[in-house]
Unconditional design. Structure first.
Length: 467
């Protein structure tokens, strides 16, 4: 089966968060199952594109208020485990960032160029898999735009990685979408705006979320799309994300200070912790708590300053925070450094290598998320022998069980300062019960969250549409 994944992000080409991780791994595991799975994404001017060779496979022009020329480039070496196609629109997408505050034309152009290329291929795809709202208009255009008539019977799947962002724009831009039967314009609309995510939910053959629990939650909290998701629930299913167990393997991870396996976990984690604590002026003898992520409300980032301040009161733990986002929260987190020097530090920014070291160095990983469609960080933490402390939402509920309930992590019931602070207090007691803590560390490293099972679940879903 020939499958094209269409996405704004894909690791290692361009990653802002978990979407990049998923699209960078899922096709690889689908190819392992014998499918032919590739990725189509925008060409950005970044380190990856500047240091790799590409070959042009197609050139075209489309109209988006004015004409735009584009090329489809493919990566020459095949080290990724899947074919990669980059949509290069120099006048629209040639940037060193993935997202900006004005992306309507950028991602519309990306989707149109993608379909202009796909529609003229000798061998049509068996299935098109769209990720998030940046590819959300593709199911509509494939089904309704005259120019893509040849693709109208090709099944489409859309995966919602994050239902908060929907890509809305005004009806004054409807003419930018390649001509279609105007009586079908309602398929683009939600609450008087053109809403790419809503349109994808209406038009795709199947809709998936990245965990089963998130699918249920969206029916009651989906940033305005609740009714639509309830109405379309017959074609919706939650499939839990996996992790790329080649990229995220403490025994081979080239970013780590010292590699380790189940047998050497104690000395391996110690070496990474010592390096990190030296680098960031923390005490390696204390339990180390980490946060890694985007500093936005969904992740509960606004709660962190107070949770940290409460938890550092007794000076019996170390905390390391890696993240960026809301500038007010960044400032508050940085300000705390003076008060808790030697016990707390931050790295404001994005740093892939430091993230890997931190998963390895930390004893606990904090995720007080308000919304967490799946969450990958808790799964990376488990693989690196780090205990996740998470709010009981979305995929976190599907993947973490509590230590007081025969589980292996700490769950709290609500994204609040009180719940987050109390979970840390419980975790310190757990850490001090060192035999139990060590046994638990061995147990969590053995939990298998690799993509194998989930990649198969997607393939089964595709087959149900094709056969
Ligand atoms: N400052 C920083 N430096 C280095 N690395 C950083 C970083 N900030 C974040 N990361 C990395 O980005 C990724 C974050 O992934 P998540 O799945 O937790 O969240 P995200 O909200 O981006 O993804 C959305 O999509 C994914 C994929 O479906 C869902 O799991 C998730 O719930 C949903 O919100 C991890 O690989 C993490 O290590």
């Amino acid at each position: 089966m020939t499958i094209f994944h269409i996405s704004a992000e894909c690791y290692p080409i361009a990653k802002v968060g978990g979407l990049g991780d998923v699209v960078g791994a899922l096709p690889k595991y689908q190819n392992k199952l014998g499918e032919t799975s590739s990725v189509i994404m925008p060409f950005y001017d970044n380190k990856f594109t500047n240091t790799h060779d590409f070959e042009k496979v197609f050139s075209g022009r489309f109209n988006l208020g004015r004409p735009f020329a584009f090329d489809i480039l493919t990566l020459v070496d095949n080290t990724l485990g899947y074919d990669l196609y980059l949509v290069h629109i120099p006048d629209l997408l040639y940037t060193d960032y993935v997202y900006s505050s004005n992306d309507t034309e950028r991602f519309l152009g990306f989707q149109i160029a993608t379909l202009d290329w796909l529609v003229q291929l000798d061998q049509q795809p068996d299935l098109v898999h769209c990720h998030d709202h940046h590819a959300g208009l593709i199911p509509f255009m494939m089904a309704q735009s005259y120019a893509y008539h040849k693709l109208r019977r090709t099944p489409t799947v859309v995966t919602i990685h994050n239902g908060q962002y929907q890509g809305w724009f005004g009806h004054n831009k409807i003419h930018l979408i390649p001509p279609f039967d105007f009586s079908k314009a309602g398929l683009l609309d939600w609450k008087h705006l053109i809403n790419p995510l809503a349109s994808a939910i209406k038009c795709a053959w199947k809709v998936t979320t990245v965990s089963p629990n998130y699918m249920e939650e969206l029916k009651y909290a989906a940033n305005g799309l609740e009714d639509l998701l309830r109405y379309e629930s017959g074609k919706c299913v939650g499939i839990l994300n996996g992790i790329d167990d080649k990229v995220w393997d403490p025994s081979t991870d080239t970013d780590l200070i010292k590699n380790y396996s189940l047998k050497t976990v104690a000395s391996g984690k110690k070496a990474n912790k010592e390096w990190l604590c030296k680098e960031f002026n923390l005490n390696p003898k204390l339990p180390l708590f980490a946060f890694i992520g985007r500093l936005v409300d969904e992740k509960g980032a606004d709660l962190l300053p107070e949770i940290f301040n409460n938890s550092l009161y007794h000076k019996n733990i170390s905390i390391m925070m890696l993240g960026s986002g809301d500038t007010g929260v960044e400032q508050q987190l940085d300000d705390l450094k003076q008060q808790h020097a030697g016990f707390y530090n931050t790295y404001i920014g994005y740093n892939e290598r430091l993230a890997h070291i931190l998963y390895a160095a930390a004893d606990f990983l904090l995720m007080p998320s308000r919304v967490e469609p799946c969450g990958l960080n808790q799964m990376y933490a488990l693989r690196y022998g780090t205990v996740p402390i998470v709010n009981k939402v979305g995929g976190l509920k599907d993947t973490v069980a509590d230590i007081d309930n025969n589980g292996f992590g700490a769950l709290h019931d609500g994204a609040t300062v009180q719940e987050g602070s109390f979970a840390i207090y419980r975790a310190i007691n757990f850490y001090n019960d060192s035999d139990r803590f060590k046994k638990n560390r061995n147990l969590i490293m053995k939990i298998d969250h690799s993509w194998d099972a989930s990649a198969q679940a997607y393939v089964n879903l595709y087959n149900s549409l094709i056969l």
